[in-house]
Design a protein around this ligand. Structure first.
Ligand code: PXP
Length: 238
């Protein structure tokens, strides 16, 4: 089973926002990233718009010819944006406005009715839904009751433990993926996945529809791209 790679382009927007001008051009990068072989583009607009802006989401819609995934906390401004943009997928994340990055999944039991109502609105608009969850069988069972199409497994604990050499950490993820599949859910995963930990993860999850990767992919691009770019500058400065 091929797992799709959705590239989270928030970090490109962060770089653009650092200088005020439209450089790097987020829209042009989204176009090129797809031409280079990505299966999707992910954005995570936050209320303070410190990374990607709500206007970026609208401008990206006609340019995303792969799969557009918009993730975020479903506050009313976010719901309105998603219904206007109509991406292929929306991923609901329980993050606080001031959080540096997402750091936990939904309590799908406590928030069942809340999630179910929002999910039903998106599904009525033909937008596939996914909810961010920890690798916990109870949360996966709870996700089914919300009628979401997919779950996204929060992989920070996998990434940090795997980096320390703890390969046992894959077990709850493999179990959650197996159970979700049996219960009819699609399985996405994301957070802190990188070139070092992705193969082991992929190998042990029988069912994995999509990963979304942002931070590490941009850092790795800097690392592997720097050598070429320094050489190009040195060539011009001869
Ligand atoms: N999934 C969700 C719900 C996220 O919030 C993020 C970070 O924005 C990611 C995936 C991607 O994480 P990373 O940037 O570490 O690849």
């Amino acid at each position: 089973m091929k797992t799709k790679l959705s590239v989270n382009i928030n970090k490109i927007a962060t770089l653009r926002n650092a200088r005020g001008a439209n450089y790097p051009d987020v829209l042009a990068f989204a176009q090129r990233i797809q031409e280079m072989g990505a299966d999707g583009i992910t954005i995570h607009p936050r209320p303070d718009e410190r990374h990607i802006r709500y206007t970026d989401a609208l401008a990206l819609r006609p340019l995303v010819f792969t799969e557009f995934n918009i993730e975020g906390n479903p506050i009313s401004k976010f719901i309105d944006l998603v219904l206007e943009v109509k991406p292929e997928q929306v991923t609901l994340v329980p993050d606080d406005p001031n959080q540096l990055t997402s750091d936990h999944g939904w309590d799908t039991i406590k928030y069942k009715d809340y999630l179910k109502e929002i999910i039903s609105e998106f599904k009525k608009n033909n937008i596939r839904t996914s909810i961010f969850v920890d690798p916990d069988v109870k949360m996966v069972e709870g996700a089914v009751a919300t009628e979401t199409d997919r779950i996204e497994l929060y992989t920070e604990s996998y990434a940090s433990e795997y980096a320390k050499g703890n390969t046992e950490i894959i077990k709850p993820f493999a179990e959650a993926s197996e159970l979700a599949h049996q219960l009819g859910l699609g399985i996405n995963a994301g957070h802190d996945l990188n070139l070092n930990n992705i193969s082991f993860f992929k190998k042990h999850l029988k069912y994995l529809d999509e990963v979304s990767i942002g931070h590490a992919l941009i850092v790795e691009s800097l690392m592997y791209g720097l050598e070429n770019v320094i050489r190009m500058y040195q060539e011009k400065l001869k």
